[in-house]
Every structure is written in structure tokens, then in C-alpha cells.
Design a protein around this ligand. Sequence first.
Ligand code: CAA
Length: 296
Amino acid sequence: MQSRLSLVSKAVRDIQRLAVIGSGQMGTGIGLVAARYAKVKVQLVDSNPVQLNKGLSFIRTLLEKDEKKGRISKIEIEEVISRISLVDGISQLDAPDFVIEAASENLAIKGAIFKELSEKVGPECILATNTSSISITKIAGYTNCPERVVGMHFMNPVPVMKLVELIPALQTDSSVVEKTKEFAERLGKTVTTSTDSPGFIANRLLMPYINEAVMALESGIGSREDIDTTMKLGTRVPMGPLELADFIGLDTCLAIMQVLHTEFGDSKYRPSVLLTKYVDAGWLGKKTGRGFYTYS
Ligand code: CAA
């Protein structure tokens, strides 16, 4: 008789058609690792055709960089690219068996996407969200299939970072959790599990650290370089906290701090005034060319 585990493995091998909602940095990274390592068909979905094409050319650029380093052949690149199709809306999806949403970090936007998805996809399809801090239980509440909704939190840049945080909602079925874990492993990721608590594990720890670094800058404890170099050389992290904040996006950092602050109601999560001001100024970090540092 087949064990329960091998039945799950078979179910995961059966996942062949992934849809990724959102073709920004996270969505394209997820699409790339899925097409390359899990060898599944990927439907990359975005209502903005410019963003979609930008996503695909970014994927090609990354693959060609790897070709130069002898890690992938030209033929394999074309195979990966041929598994990716561009889709301009959820209504155009072609029977995916797994969906990963990687849209903006905003509950209203995610809620509308999940409502539409749950009305569109088949009864076996798993709906995962890459939210970095919004409650999975809340997002699941927008659907008619909350038992098939799960959190699957990737780190940026997705092709480099080995982690996926797995976050079951209160309503998530245990078979969905197991399948999602195995699918993440098929993408080459190591999985940790967190309960559906604000910020989960990664951002519960990381964002207060970044926020504190901005407060340290704000109160003149050190220059941006002193703060970053202290943490880089002193704790052997690849980027100092201010450089990392620019890399993640200051709007994303602020949104996560606001979730922690609102949900816990604890002043220790109060977003730094300087962080808020930078976001108000449109200085969102690397993506806008200016944050704590400037980028050309
Ligand atoms: N996409 C894909 N690959 C990328 C990349 C990108 N955007 N940026 C860099 N890389 C790859 C490079 O191709 C290179 O690959 P190989 O070594 O295999 O050739 C490798 O990363 C190193 O790149 P570089 O030499 O150009 O630069 P680096 O050594 O300075 O590394 C970095 C860049 C990988 C981003 C590194 O600085 C780093 O790890 N930074 C910390 C990233 C981090 O902490 N991410 C988590 C953020 S928190 C989050 O994502 C969660 C959230 O909810 C906010």
C-alpha cells in the first residue's frame, strides 16, 4: 500500500501548471525558479503589459548571466523561456493547479485578487500568497475556498535566497500545507513554518531591526555608513540595515512596520518618523533611485 507521504509526493509532481500573479521583482523571481528547477509551465500574470515584458526580459538576463558562468546552456535557456507564458489578467488564466500571488503589499488589492482567483480556478488548485506580513487568515476570508489558501513567503532576490516561510491560515487544510511545502522544496527552497502572526518569523525579527537602524540614523548615533559598516563587518551580514532597507523598498518596510504596530498595538513597533518621511517624499530606495543612498 502507498504511504501517505508518497501520495503527497505524487500530488506535488502532479503540479504542472503554476500561475504567478504580479510580474514585479518577486513574481518574476518565482516564475524563473519554477520554470527552471521545478520545470513547470508558468503563467506570469500582470495587467500591465510593459511590466510583463520587463519581467520576461529580466528572466532572460539572469539566465544569460548564468550561461556566461557555464551553469546553463543556450538550449536549456530556451526550454526555460518556453515554459513561461505572459497573461494579462486573472480572467485569462488557463487551468492552473497552483497559484502564487505576488502583488503589492495591500490588503484591498490582495483581497480582490483572491476573490477573483477563487471564482476562476478549479477545485483542486492551491492559492498561495507571498505576502510579507498581512494575515493569511484575513486573505483566505476573501475566497470561497479558505481551506486551500496558504502563505508562501519568498525572500528577495528569489533566485538567490534559499528560504520560503510557510504560513498556514487558521482555515488551511493540512494536505494543502504538505503539498505547498513539497512544492517549495521542488523549487530548491528550504522551508520554515510560522503561525499566522503579524510579520511571521522573518519580518517580525528583521523589520524592527531595520526600523531601529533608521531611528539610530535619525537620532544621530552614527552616519548611514557607520551604521551599515558596523553591522556588515560586525555581524557578517551581506548588507547593512539601511542598504537592505533600500534594497527591499522603504514603502514595503513601512507597510510591514505599520502592520506590526497596528496588529500588536505595541509602541515598540512604532515606525520611525524618518522612514515615514522618506516614503512621503517618494524616496523608496533602489527602485526609485533614492533612499538612504542614491543609485544611478
Ligand atoms: N536576482 C537574481 N540574482 C541576483 C540578483 C537579483 N536581483 N542580485 C544579485 N543576484 C545574484 C548574482 O547574479 C550573483 O549570483 P552568483 O554568485 O551565482 O553569480 C549573486 O547574487 C551575488 O551577486 P553580486 O555579486 O552582484 O552582489 P552581492 O555579492 O553584493 O550580492 C545580494 C547581492 C545577493 C543581493 C546580497 O547582497 C544579499 O544577499 N543581500 C541580502 C539580501 C536579503 O537579506 N534579502 C532578504 C530581504 S527580506 C525579504 O525579502 C522579505 C521581505 O518580506 C521584505
